[in-house]
Design a protein around this ligand. Structure first.
Ligand code: 3AM
Length: 193
């Protein structure tokens, strides 16, 4: 039987920023609440497009599509600013840190180009509109939003990073078979320097 991979396209974060997020956010008391699952530090990334289950034999097509996508796009600077949750404060599912508005536009346009090039290559994916964010934690059934969401949102909202450069995008395979998601980079593409 054909092997399938659960794929998504993302922008990587610099390792110093991941270290800071781990120290100041992921391990903070506001994140250690019942029913809350902080993203493991090594999994932090900015998702650009979720492809989903795809035959492994499609990887060369995805590689060419990403090559075309990054062809005309220069690296750009991003700052992480403020926080929030999806879908709303009363019943949050995902807590996130946001992206400054100028970089949000650049990320949005990169995500659109990636999605279009993939579509031209016959690769589909998540049809929902792109909302730039960095997922910090996911919510399980035992999470008490009334009690714990306020302090967590305050913590996320106070976060500000120094500017950093987005200069590559990656295609990752997400393996859910080991209890927690394990991400493996299967394609890397540099933006124009
Ligand atoms: O890091 P974030 O949360 O932005 O939420 C998943 C994660 O993005 C998203 O793909 C990224 C890697 O797992 N994702 C997972 N399943 C999805 C689905 N069915 C999905 N996005 C859209 N549709």
């Amino acid at each position: 039987m054909e092997n399938h991979l659960r794929l998504f396209i993302a922008a990587s974060l610099p390792s110093e920023l991941i270290t800071r997020l781990d120290r100041d956010i992921l391990t903070a008391p506001e994140l250690r609440k019942s029913g809350l699952r902080p993203v493991p530090a090594q999994n932090l990334h900015l998702t650009l497009h979720f492809i989903g289950e795809t035959p492994e034999t499609k990887l060369p097509d995805i590689d060419s599509a990403l090559e075309r996508a990054v062809g005309g796009i220069a690296g750009f600077r991003v700052r992480l600013v403020g926080g929030g949750c999806f879908p709303n404060r009363r019943s949050p599912r995902v807590f996130w840190i946001g992206i400054d508005s100028e970089a949000s536009q650049a990320l949005g346009s990169l995500a659109k180009t990636v999605k279009n090039e993939l579509r031209k290559a016959g690769i589909g994916g998540d049809p929902k509109p792109f909302r730039p964010h960095l997922t910090i934690a996911r919510v399980g059934e035992r999470f008490d939003a009334d009690q714990d969401a306020g302090a967590l949102l305050k913590k996320l909202d106070a976060f500000n990073s120094d500017p950093f450069e987005i200069n590559e995008i990656v295609c990752c395979a997400s393996d859910l078979s080991r209890g927690k998601p394990v991400y493996e980079k299967v394609i890397e593409k540099r933006l124009i320097g």
